[in-house]
Design a protein around this ligand. Structure first.
Ligand SMILES: Cc1cc2nc3c(=O)[nH]c(=O)nc-3n(C[C@H](O)[C@H](O)[C@H](O)COP(=O)(O)OP(=O)(O)OC[C@H]3O[C@@H](n4cnc5c(N)ncnc54)[C@H](O)[C@@H]3O)c2cc1C
Length: 399
């Protein structure tokens, strides 16, 4: 037996600065419940689902039950919790599986939030309680095959009024959950005024066609879809009355981006912790590879990234708690910077596993691949940097 394997290694801890201690005792208990769920019920099956490109639908009732435990009985429409707990839960889920994080994010952070912010009271009463329990699943549909980052400049999908109905025509791309969602929040341009409107399109609506995107190398568990809207008829009662312009969508995305930055924290932490565990047990030249100077430098770099990302996000959560909202540049800086550091971290982790770094069985490969989608969605690295650039210089450099 070699020298290195005689020693008991220190516990692996990706929260070196103890950000978790900022949570109250009750909040920490909630975090631990989600941690146990991810460890016991998601981790053992998720690589298999990732490889097959399928979603573990059987987990949805459990996610609903855990959500209700998390928010308590008093809340019926929309989950309210401290920004720090909300962010740390996102990171905790992503630490094991970024796809599940997307599933919940699209359903809650995007679809439910649109209804909460822009819906009528009737729409809120009809959709939000069952969505809170995950009995009804939502998707959020903005991006189009020909319009991605440039959505602010105008969508091609149109909405035309016909009596008590709206008629939607166009194409959408990427919408997560859309292959099985019950309600899809679709953004379209008013055919006459050009203003952006939101519509709740139910599964099976006439003229609504969904097709799964198959050939992904990232977030394979997320069910992303191509959507065709061919004279899709939606009742006026399903139009979100509070959404009148793209600025409304942008406001919503500002909050969502901060949550994606927390997702990046979780992915980086998961990759660091798995790489360290691997480096402690993998031996070459008669020693654990964790004993080599270069690998310790890599581990310190990863832990530095994770710690800086967590600290930035914890401060952002404090600002959100204190000010009640978050500015676009604060949110975009967090999204751009954390996803960049995440990408660096997962690449180091993958390399640290050598050939095994490309095998799903060690988990790092999945985090490495999933990180690529996170880097590009909810505003790419470049777009979020341009939002920061505009705020700090006063010049818009988008075109
Ligand atoms: C896994 C996944 C899930 C998704 N889920 C959803 C969803 O649920 N709902 C939804 O509506 N959308 C979703 N999206 C879409 C996502 O938001 C878009 O992919 C993203 O906004 C980028 O748009 P695009 O892919 O069309 O890239 P493009 O806009 O074509 O950009 C291509 C490249 O050009 C760069 N670029 C663009 N404009 C500029 C500029 N002005 N200056 C410098 N560089 C620029 C971009 O940064 C990028 O590198 C998802 C995407 C993925 C991959």
């Amino acid at each position: 037996m070699s020298q290195s394997s005689l020693k008991q290694p220190p516990p692996i801890n990706g929260d070196l600065y103890d950000i978790e201690s900022e949570l109250s005792d009750d909040e920490r208990a909630i975090l631990l419940r989600w941690r146990a769920f991810m460890h016991d019920e998601v981790a053992p099956i998720i690589n298999d689902y990732w490889e097959r490109g399928e979603f573990p639908l059987q987990l949805i009732p459990k996610i609903g039950a855990l959500t209700m435990e998390t928010i308590g009985k008093g809340q019926t429409h929309y989950p309210r919790m401290s920004p720090l707990l909300s962010g740390m839960l996102t990171a905790e889920i992503a630490r094991v599986d970024p796809s599940l994080c997307s599933f919940i994010g699209v359903h809650r952070r995007l679809c439910m939030t649109s209804i909460w912010l822009f819906g009528s009271q009737e729409q809120k009463d009809r959709w939000l309680p069952p969505m809170l329990r995950f009995e009804i699943i939502g998707s959020w549909v903005l991006t189009e095959p020909l319009v991605g980052s440039g959505a602010a400049r105008g969508l091609l999908t149109t909405a035309r009024r016909e009596g008590d109905f709206w008629v939607l025509d166009g194409a959408k791309k990427w919408s997560g959950n859309a292959t099985f969602a019950d309600v899809n929040c679709i953004w379209a341009k008013h055919a006459e005024t050009g203003a952006v409107n939101g519509f709740l399109v139910e599964r099976g609506a006439p003229g609504y066609h969904v097709e799964k995107i198959h050939d992904k190398i990232s977030k394979r568990v997320v069910q992303n879809a191509m959507i065709r809207l061919e004279g899709c008829r939606v009742p006026e009662a399903n139009r979100l009355p509070g959404a009148r312009a793209f600025d409304d969508v942008a406001r919503q995305l500002t909050n969502a981006r901060a949550d994606v930055a927390w997702e990046a924290v979780g992915i980086a932490r998961g990759a660091y912790e798995r790489a360290l565990a691997y480096a402690l047990q993998r031996e070459q030249f008669g020693r654990a590879i964790a004993a080599f100077q270069i690998q310790q430098l890599n581990l310190a770099k990863m832990l530095g990234n994770v710690t800086a990302m967590q600290s930035m996000m914890a401060q952002l959560a404090k600002l959100m708690q204190r000010e009640g909202s978050i500015s676009p540049e604060r949110s975009s800086l967090a999204k751009a910077w954390c996803t960049e550091k995440m990408r660096e971290t997962v690449a180091i982790a993958r390399a640290m596993l050598g050939g095994n770094g490309i095998l799903l069985e060690h988990d790092v490969a999945r985090l490495f691949a999933d990180a690529e989608a996170v880097y590009s969605y909810e505003g790419s690295y470049e777009i979020n940097s341009l939002i920061v650039g505009k705020a700090i210089t006063g010049y818009s450099a988008f075109v």
